[in-house]
Design a protein around this ligand. Structure first.
Ligand code: C2E
Ligand code: CA
Ligand code: CA
Length: 626
C-alpha cells in the first residue's frame, strides 16, 4: 500500500514538480544563452566599431591628436606624426606649442606652462590656422579643427584634427599675386611703372570730389618731352626707353608723396597734385620738375639730355571734371610749346579766354563742316606753252558769321584735331566735281579741276567709291580730275597695304591725275618720285620765291624740272607772283604756272566771268613765252 501510495504521489506530485522545475531550468538556460548571445553580438559590434575607429584614426590623411586639457599630447595618430615628421614617442606628453611652432611665433615657456583648454573659449573650438615647423625644420600651414570631449572616465580632452593646407595657401597666394599683377597691368604703364591714363583720371576725379568739400585745389602738370623723336631717331628705341625711364625717375623723386605721376602717351606725362593753393605754387613745382628732367643722364657710355614743355592747370573749385582739367593743362602745354618749348606755361585768365574761344570755334567748325556751310574758291593754272588756262585748284574757305572769310591755315589744324578732315575734303571734292561739270556744260570743256586730299581722305574707306560715283554721275572724264596730295602725307612705307601710296596707285590706275603738292621742301626727296604712282608735281611756293635771289633754290628748281621731264611727269610751279618769276620759270622749262600773277583764288560765281573776260593786262603770256 505504502508502495502504491508512493507511486501515486510520485506520479501526481513529484513528477509534475520535476517536470516544471526542469522546464524552468531549461527556460533559465535559454535566457542565459540569449543574454550571452546578446553580449557576444554587442562585443562583436563594439569590436567592429573599435576596428573602424582604429582604421579611421590610423589611416586617415588628416592628423588626429588627443590632448589633455593642459595641451600635452595623450595620443597622436600616424598621420599627425607623418605631417609633423616626428615619432609618436617624441610627441606624447608634450604640448605642440613647444615643438610645432617656429621660434618667431612661439609663446614664452611660462605661457606654454600656463596653457589650458577652456570649454567655450576661442582656443577650444572651431578652425585655427598656424604656421608650423616639422621635425626636419621645414615649414607648413597647419589647419586645426579643435573640439572638447568628455571621456568614459569623466575627464575632458581636446581632440585636434590637423590638415597640411600649405598647397591651398600657396595656390591662393599665387592667385592673389596674379590678381595683383593683372590689376597693376591694368592701371600701370609697363615700361616706367607709372600709373596709366585710366588710373590718372580716376585719381584726379577722387581728388576733385574730395576738394569739393574742403579748401585747396587740385593741380595738374601736363608735360611733353621736347625732341623725344630726335632721341629715338638718332640713338634708337632703347635710348628712347632709357629717356622715358629717366624722366619717370626724375618725376617720382621730386613730387610730394601725395602726388600721382602718370604716363599718358608716348612721351607725355601728367603729375596730379592735390592740395595746391595757388597757380604760382604749381608753376614752381612744374619748374623744379623741368629742372630735374633736364639733368643729363648716362646711356651706354653716352650722355643724353632731354627737356620738357609743361602746362599747368588748377581746378580752382569751379566744378571741373578730370577730363576738363586735363584739357586745360593740355591747352597750357600747347602754349608752352608755342612759346618755344622747354618752359612751363600756366592756364591763366588770358589762356582761359583763348581756350574758350577755341572751344567755341571747334563747335562752330564742326557744324560748318557737317552742315556743308564751307565755301570754295578756285585758283587757275596757266599753260605757258599754249597760253590757255589749264584748270583750277579748289581751295576751301570758312565764311564765319562774325569773323568773315577765314583762310584754311586758320581752321585746318583744328579740323584735323577734331577728326573732320575727311568730311571737309569730301566737300572740296564735290565742289571741284560740280564746278568741272558746270564748265564742261558751258563754254569751257577740257579744264582740269583739282582738289586737295588729306591723309584722312586717302585713308577713308569710301573715298575711291565716292570719287568714282562723283565722276560717273556727272559724266566727267577722270583724266581731267586732279588729286593733290602733300608730300608729307605720302611719307611712310610704300609697301604697306593701306598706305596712301596704294591709294595713289589705285587712283592713277582708274585714270585720275595725282599731283605731289608742295614738292621740294618736304622729306620725300627725289627718290620718292620714282616709287610713287603720281602723275606730276607742284613745285613749292617757297622754292619758286627764293629762286629769284638764291642760286641754290634756282638749281633745285632746275633739277626738279629736268627730273620731271625725264620721268615724264607733269609740272606746275606754285606761288608765281610776278612777270619776272614767270619769265625765269619759262626759261628753265616749266610749262604750267599758278599764282597771284595769273589770278588770286576766286569765288565760284566769278569763275565763268573771269574765263570770259580773259586775263588782266599785266599777265602777258606772249611776252613771257615769246
Ligand atoms: P596749297 O594746296 O599749296 O594751295 C596754294 C595756296 O597758296 C593757297 O592758299 C593759295 O591761295 C596760295 N597761293 C596761290 N598763289 C599764291 C601766290 O602767288 N602767292 C602766295 N603768297 N600765295 C599763293 P590757301 O587757299 O590759303 O590754302 C592753303 C593751304 O590749305 C593749301 O595749300 C592746302 O594745303 C590747304 N587747303 C586748302 N583747301 C584745302 C582743302 O579743301 N583740303 C585740304 N586737305 N587742304 C586744303
Ligand atoms: Ca594744293
Ligand atoms: Ca602747294
Amino acid at each position: 500500500m505504502y508502495f502504491v501510495t508512493l507511486i501515486i504521489v510520485t506520479i501526481f506530485c513529484v513528477l509534475p514538480l520535476v517536470y516544471f522545475w526542469g522546464r524552468g531550468k531549461a527556460r533559465q538556460l535559454r535566457d542565459t544563452q540569449k543574454v550571452l548571445d546578446g553580449t557576444r553580438l554587442d562585443l562583436i559590434r563594439q569590436l567592429r566599431e573599435a576596428e573602424h575607429f582604429r582604421m579611421v584614426a590610423e589611416h586617415a590623411n588628416d592628423g588626429i591628436v588627443i590632448q589633455d586639457m593642459d595641451g600635452s599630447v595623450v595620443w597622436p595618430n600616424p598621420a599627425y606624426c607623418r605631417i609633423m615628421k616626428r615619432k609618436a614617442e617624441d610627441i606624447i606628453g608634450r604640448n605642440p606649442l613647444e615643438f610645432a611652432l617656429p621660434n618667431e611665433d612661439k609663446p614664452p615657456p611660462e605661457a606654454i606652462e600656463k596653457f589650458r583648454y577652456q570649454r567655450g573659449s576661442n582656443n577650444s573650438t572651431g578652425l585655427h590656422l598656424f604656421r608650423n615647423v616639422r621635425g626636419d625644420g621645414t615649414m607648413f600651414w597647419n589647419q586645426i579643427n579643435v573640439s572638447i570631449r568628455q571621456s568614459a572616465d569623466g575627464n575632458e580632452h581636446a581632440i585636434l584634427v590637423c590638415r597640411d593646407v600649405t598647397e591651398q595657401i600657396e595656390h591662393e597666394e599665387k592667385l592673389h599675386e596674379a590678381r595683383n599683377k593683372l590689376e597693376i597691368a591694368a592701371t600701370h604703364d609697363s615700361l616706367t611703372g607709372l600709373a596709366n591714363r585710366g588710373a590718372l583720371l580716376r585719381f584726379t576725379e577722387d581728388m576733385l570730389s574730395l576738394t569739393a568739400h574742403r579748401s585747396g585745389n587740385v593741380g595738374l602738370l601736363h608735360m611733353d618731352l621736347d625732341k623725344f623723336k630726335e632721341i629715338n631717331d638718332t640713338h634708337g628705341h632703347s635710348a628712347g626707353d632709357a629717356t622715358l625711364k629717366h624722366v619717370a625717375d626724375a618725376l617720382r623723386e621730386n613730387v610730394r608723396s601725395s602726388d600721382m605721376v602718370a604716363r599718358v602717351g608716348g612721351d607725355e606725362f601728367v603729375v596730379v597734385c592735390p592740395g595746391v593753393n595757388a597757380l604760382e605754387d604749381l608753376e614752381e613745382l612744374g619748374q623744379s620738375l623741368a629742372n630735374a628732367i633736364s639733368v643729363p643722364f648716362e646711356w651706354r657710355e653716352r650722355t643724353l639730355v632731354c627737356r620738357a614743355s609743361i602746362g599747368a592747370a588748377l581746378s580752382e573749385n569751379d566744378g571741373l571734371d578730370s577730363e576738363e582739367l586735363l584739357l586745360r593743362a593740355d591747352f597750357a602745354l600747347y602754349e608752352a610749346k608755342r612759346e618755344g618749348r622747354d618752359q612751363v606755361a600756366s592756364y591763366d585768365e588770358v589762356l582761359h579766354q583763348r581756350h574758350t574761344l577755341e572751344l567755341r570755334r571747334g563747335t562752330e567748325l564742326r557744324e560748318a563742316v557737317l552742315e556743308h556751310k564751307l565755301i570754295h574758291y578756285f585758283q587757275p593754272t596757266l599753260n605757258l606753252e599754249t597760253g590757255a588756262i589749264e584748270g583750277f585748284e579748289t581751295l576751301v574757305r570758312w565764311q564765319h558769321p562774325e569773323d568773315g572769310l577765314i583762310p584754311p591755315i586758320h581752321f585746318l589744324p583744328m579740323a584735323e584735331e577734331l577728326g573732320l578732315m575727311a568730311e571737309l575734303d569730301f566737300l572740296s571734292m564735290d565742289a571741284a566735281l560740280s564746278m568741272k561739270a558746270l564748265m564742261d556744260r558751258s563754254q569751257m570743256p577740257g579744264l582740269k579741276f583739282a582738289f586737295n586730299a588729306s591723309g584722312e581722305l586717302l585713308a577713308h574707306p569710301e573715298f575711291i567709291d565716292r570719287l568714282m560715283r562723283g565722276v560717273l554721275g556727272r559724266g566727267i572724264d577722270p583724266s581731267q580730275v586732279v588729286i593733290e596730295v602733300l608730300e608729307t602725307t605720302v611719307i611712310g612705307d610704300v609697301q604697306d597695304e593701306n598706305a596712301p601710296a596704294r591709294v595713289i596707285a589705285e587712283l592713277r590706275d582708274a585714270g585720275f591725275r595725282v599731283m605731289l603738292d608742295d614738292f621740294g621742301v618736304g622729306y620725300a626727296g627725289l627718290a620718292h618720285l620714282a616709287q610713287l604712282a603720281v602723275t606730276g608735281v607742284k613745285i613749292d611756293q617757297s622754292l619758286v620765291r627764293n629762286m629769284m635771289h638764291d642760286e641754290t633754290s634756282a638749281k633745285i628748281v632746275a633739277t626738279i624740272i629736268e627730273l620731271c621731264e625725264n620721268l615724264e611727269l607733269e609740272l606746275i610751279a606754285e606761288g608765281v607772283e610776278s612777270h619776272d618769276m614767270a619769265g625765269r620759270l619759262h626759261e628753265l622749262g616749266c610749262p604750267i604756272l599758278q599764282g597771284y600773277w595769273v589770278s588770286r583764288p576766286m569765288p565760284t560765281e566769278q569763275v565763268s566771268n573771269w574765263l570770259e573776260t580773259g586775263m588782266p593786262e599785266d599777265v602777258s603770256v606772249q611776252e613771257v613765252a615769246g
